[in-house]
Design a protein around this ligand. Structure first.
Ligand code: FAD
Length: 422
């Protein structure tokens, strides 16, 4: 017998508890929205895997990633955010009510923030799991280069990330060996990076190789590479290994729902909006240039703020602007445009002259164009005439111009409904 799922309602659901999700939750919680964060593994996300984060501003002594994310979690709790430790299995973003399902629960929210991050692709070679992250295998040169000052490191891969990060590592390590799957001289990176790397005296290339196994007691000590042509095993003594063979976004559950790039990262605009109104994505899960704690936090702040605006605007749109008790006039203007600001007084007197027969609203697009977008208004100023909760006409021409006659509004109301303007 299948058990009915328990249903819970929230204003905002954040999927993923890394730096991006935690920050989004802090912003949503602080806006007094009923917010739930769902995390399938460890609150803190990928940042908890690193011993020391040295490049997050405001934390000069390189604290553990876990320290920073624990502080974020505390802050989110203080803002009233609720947490559930379970994996999100499916989502449905089609309707105004967004549905997020876990094994036991069905959560319904007004807005959803996707912050599921990603995971580095690994080689799958023997003993790899034993040395991941703090035991010798790293995926982030920006993060772990300084700890390899004066050492010998091995880079796996020859794409742009591998070669550019390898070059960065030469500023710290004495020697950077690079295992390349291709024939001598051939790499997957751009030509400029290839030439610069080949000319770098600190870089050495081991062609036609893949990793056969990782070896060592507690920490990584040696990597056995295998020559794909000769099948020879080449042992390489090394202090650290940096794998740059790709990064996989955690977007499987959003496939064929949310718009993604060719490499399956979620596409957003700068407001973190996805192709679904009310669904936002932030942090490493989105298609972007730099994937770091600082950028994840920045994205999260925008997503939390955007979710708040989305919910407020939805309520305002439905309850005030598209009310159907009276015919409505909505003046859409930009508060920093002196002409359209001047016209506010004309709207005021028109409202007075109608003695409550018409619902008059003003929408300022200066801070957010969300409401104007929903009304389908493309230029400002504009006047939108509504009738029975529907848009009847949008007037752009002539408003705010000298001699504009508000009789035009009367005409539009007449057109919308014969009885409205009596
Ligand atoms: C070893 C290492 C060292 C690093 N060092 C640094 C550094 O020094 N400085 C720096 O700035 N950056 C560093 N980074 C990068 C940094 O950790 C990431 O950029 C950052 O964590 C991204 O945050 P995020 O919230 O977008 O994603 P993540 O941190 O990846 O968090 C996503 C969360 O979503 C959860 N999740 C995924 N799918 C689901 C699901 N279906 N249901 C529920 N939860 C789900 C995951 O379990 C995860 O906890 C490092 C990364 C690694 C791997």
């Amino acid at each position: 017998m299948t058990r009915e799922k328990q249903v819970e309602h929230y204003d905002v659901i954040v999927i993923g508890g890394g730096p991006a999700g935690l920050t989004a939750a802090i912003y949503a919680g602080r806006a007094r929205l009923n917010t739930l964060l769902i995390e399938k593994a460890l609150i803190g996300g990928l940042a908890t895997y690193t011993n020391s984060i040295e490049n997050y501003s405001g934390f000069p002594n390189g604290p553990k990633g876990e320290y920073i994310t624990n502080e974020m979690k505390k802050q989110a709790e203080e803002m009233g955010v609720k947490f559930k430790l379970t994996a999100v299995k499916s989502v449905d973003f089609e309707g105004d009510e967004k549905i997020v399902e876990t094994f036991r629960n069905k959560f319904i929210a007004k807005s959803v923030i996707i912050a599921t991050g990603g995971r580095p692709r690994t080689t799958g070679a023997q003993n790899e799991d034993k040395f991941l992250f703090d035991k010798g295998i790293s995926f982030c040169a920006t993060c772990d280069a300084a700890a390899n000052t004066g050492k010998h490191v091995l880079v796996i891969g020859s794409g742009d990330a591998a070669i550019e990060e390898g070059m960065f590592l030469t500023k710290f390590a004495d020697k950077v060996s690079v295992s390349v799957i291709h024939d001598e001289g051939k790499m997957d990176c751009n030509e400029i990076a290839r030439e610069a790397a080949m000319a770098n005296p600190k870089m050495a290339f081991i062609w036609n190789t893949v990793v056969d196994s990782f070896e060592g007691e507690d920490m990584l000590e040696r990597i056995n590479l295998k020559n794909l042509k000769t099948k020879e095993i080449i042992p390489v003594e090394t202090d650290s290994c940096f794998e740059f063979i790709g990064y996989l976004p955690n977007t499987e559950i959003f496939q064929e729902k949310v718009k993604m790039s060719g490499s399956q990262y979620i596409i957003t605009n700068e407001r973190m909006e996805t192709n679904y109104p009310g669904v936002f994505a932030c942090g490493d899960v989105r298609e972007k240039w730099l994937k770091q704690v600082a950028t994840a936090v920045g994205d999260g702040a925008i997503a939390g703020f955007a979710a708040e605006k989305y919910i407020a605007e939805t309520e305002q749109f439905e309850e005030i602007l598209m009310q159907n008790e009276k015919p409505g006039l909505i003046f859409v203007y930009n508060a920093i445009d002196p002409d359209s600001r001047k016209f506010l007084s004309v709207i005021d007197s028109y409202e007075k002259s109608k003695q409550g027969a018409i619902a008059v609203n003003r929408v300022d697009v200066y801070k957010s164009t969300g409401l104007a977008d929903r009304l389908g208004v493309k230029n400002y100023p504009a006047v939108v005439i509504t009738h029975e909760g529907r848009i009847s006409s949008i007037l752009y021409e002539g408003i705010c111009e000298e001699g504009f006659c508000t009789a035009t509004f009367d005409e539009l109301f007449k057109k919308a409904c014969k009885d409205c303007n009596k």
